[in-house]
Design a protein. Structure first.
Length: 119
């Protein structure tokens, strides 16, 4: 099985910063794409950013220039650096990883971490 555990969420004032972490554990060959999604109250889950094993990145327009996705393959960790946070960034943030195990690629999700941007 594969587990993803997010951490680093919390309450921050507008304009502040947070760094989310995603720790992967379990039995797998490799992690292909790592991504972050978020879900605000009464809204659908939305894409935030992703990072391929080759280093390619994609960002939602709403976070471009403010958020940076990164990963440490040796530690099997993913990160989301969030700067210049806005109240509309308030959501539960989820880590997602496409993991290779037993010759197949499967998608896994973490349990989420709450980010609240408020004065």
């Amino acid at each position: 099985q594969v587990q993803l555990v997010e951490s680093g969420g919390g309450l921050v004032q507008p304009g502040g910063s947070l760094r989310l972490s995603c720790a992967a554990s379990g039995t797998f060959s490799s992690i292909n794409t790592m991504a972050w999604y978020r879900q605000a109250p009464e809204k659908q889950r939305e894409f935030v950013a992703d990072l391929t094993s080759g280093g390619g990145t994609n960002y939602a327009d709403s976070v471009k220039g403010r958020f940076t996705i990164s990963r440490d393959n040796a530690k099997e960790m993913g990160y989301l650096q969030m700067n210049s946070l806005k109240p509309e960034d308030t959501a539960v943030y989820y880590c997602n990883a496409h993991v290779a195990r037993w010759g197949q690629i499967a998608s896994y999700w973490g349990q989420g971490t709450q980010v609240t941007v408020s004065s």
